[in-house]
Ligand binder design. Structure first.
Ligand code: KIV
Ligand code: ZN
Length: 512
């Protein structure tokens, strides 16, 4: 019998700490529901003390998710813990996740505390959390660079105080696999009460070793891995859920462990997170990249035709990558359309289905062949845009080799119609100029940092997927837009980014 490794997903907390990846409550709920379908064990929904928006998002997720434990982060301070509990209390199996730094560098330069004071604060934090729940996780921030003797001492103390999960983060992604595995082994052998808690790991990817370190930890006794979809997270990100889970599944022969994750939901989760955050997935990304199952060279293709196992260690179907089937046409009925949405993992309210179906039919008028990826792009785009206060009603552009490009736009801004015009160096520049003059505060404060366009499928009539990064003061956001006209997709991406900037300020993660 293989032993279970618990999967703790922190896409909604550590993941959204990536600059530009912040999500509002509705977006977090969409991702949380997909994580529930994926059957992760714990969803870390946020850091409630950090902002009212973050508190609200954690509360929304905790109230709606029934099949997973929902966790919230807190420092060891009383007000953090009380606030975390207030956000979590209606959850099905809420978990308070406390953290305090334990490395000499962090204790001295960040906290200004002695090791004894840190132990005292950690124990007091756990005792405070124990007033509310016995589901308490405690993390030793920067454990990868902490003194082993001290780490053993503090872990023993917090377990004695009531922590039931002990998380050992490699916060700065510094350790190597054999070294990190050894740290876990030392904890397993040197901490007398270690069997009363589950040992968890949380590895960052600064040296590209987050997955390898997590697996080394599992081999040495860790039974919870913290990870994020697409490896999203601070700096170079966290261990990618899809990599950890698929490595455990694919190498069962030498790793006798399993997770409860429904791996067939991985691709849908990856695409949803990418669309909501606006972070594209690199084509050669393990497991979920567009090329992860593509075989280009003649020799490889020949081998694949004879036997897929020649070059394929896992099947596309095992991660939910259905072959990009040709789908319905403009004459398809509502029933067939809803069935296909279900097959693709979407369960949507009626009003959203109507809108998406309308967009699908409009697209079918313009595009000869429609694929699953076209439907996915439409649905994800609709979900991301649903709550945006700025809607594109009409757009007209004139551009060419001789005349100055000009654009006329009509927008709905918080329900009211506004029209304007602009000109620029090119068609998209003209559209952006027209839009910034209509959206309050956009003209002088917003800077466009990146503009990227890609085709969703092959073919001359492929839909365009545009990503923009925009900055205002110290906030940076990403916006995304999909349309078969690249200029319209650009306008949608721009409006999506402006809508994000219009929301509450980015979350300050208070020293995490
Ligand atoms: O990287 C880290 O140390 C963290 C902790 C708060 C768990 O994210
Ligand atoms: Zn982290």
């Amino acid at each position: 019998m293989s032993e279970k490794v618990f999967i703790f997903d922190t896409t909604l907390r550590d993941g959204e700490q990536s600059p530009g990846a912040s999500m509002n409550a509705e977006e977090k709920l969409l991702v949380a529901k997909q994580l529930e379908r994926l059957k992760v064990d714990v969803i870390e929904a946020g850091f409630p003390i950090s902002s009212p928006g973050n508190f609200e998002a954690v509360r929304t997720v905790a109230r709606q998710i029934r099949e997973c434990s929902v966790a919230a982060l807190a420092r060891t301070k009383e007000q953090d813990i009380d606030r975390a509990w207030e956000a979590l209390r209606d959850g099905a199996n809420p978990r308070i996740h406390l953290f305090i730094a334990t490395s000499p560098i962090h204790m001295q330069h960040k906290l200004g505390m002695t090791p004894d004071q840190v132990v005292e604060a950690a124990v007091a934090g756990v005792q405070r959390a124990a007033r509310y729940t016995s589901n308490i996780e405690w993390s030793a921030e920067d454990a990868g660079r902490s003194d082993m003797e001290f780490l053993c001492r503090i872990v023993e103390a917090v377990i004695a105080a009531g922590a039931t999960t002990i998380n050992i983060p490699d916060t700065v992604g510094y350790t190597l696999p054999h070294e990190f595995g050894d740290r876990i082994q030392q904890l397993m052998t040197r901490v007398p009460n270690v069997h009363r808690a589950i040992i968890s790991v949380h590895c960052h990817n600064d040296l590209g070793l987050a997955t390898a370190n997590s697996l080394a930890a599992v081999r040495n006794g860790a039974r919870q891995v913290e990870c994020t979809i697409n490896g999203l997270g601070e700096r170079a990100g966290n261990a990618a859920l899809e990599e950890v889970v698929m490595a455990l599944r694919t190498r069962r022969d030498i790793m006798p462990y399993h997770t409860d994750v429904i791996t067939e939901e991985i691709t849908a989760a990856s695409r949803l997170v990418s669309r909501i955050t606006g972070f594209p997935i690199q084509p050669n990304k393990a497991v979920v990249g567009a090329n992860a199952f593509a075989h280009e060279s003649g020799i490889h293709q020949a081998g694949m035709l004879k036997d897929a196992s020649t070059y394929e260690i896992m099947t596309p179907a095992s991660v939910g990558l259905a072959t990009n089937r040709l789908v319905l046409g403009k004459h398809s009925g509502r029933h067939a359309f809803v069935e296909r949405l279900k097959e693709l993992g979407y369960q949507l309210p009626d009003n959203q289905i109507e809108r998406i179906m309308q967009r699908f039919k409009d697209l079918a008028d313009k595009k000869k062949t429609l694929f699953d990826d076209d439907i996915r792009a439409l649905v994800d785009d609709e979900m991301v845009r649903d709550a945006d206060p700025y809607k594109l009603i009409r757009l007209h552009v004139a551009s060419g080799t001789e005349d100055t490009p000009v654009a006329a736009v009509e927008l709905q801004i918080y329900g009211e119609s506004h029209r304007g015009a602009g000109w620029g160096e090119g068609a998209i520049h003209a559209v952006y100029n027209a839009i910034v003059h209509l959206v309050p505060g956009a003209a002088d404060q917003v800077r466009l940092q990146r503009y990227e366009v890609r085709a969703i499928t092959g073919g001359i009539d492929a839909q365009a997927d545009v990503i923009v990064n925009m900055e205002r003061e110290d906030r940076s956001v990403q916006g995304r837009g999909v349309n078969n006209d690249v200029v319209v997709a650009s306008a949608l991406a721009f409006l999506n980014a402006l809508a994000k900037l219009a929301r509450r300020p980015a979350i300050q993660q208070n020293g995490v």
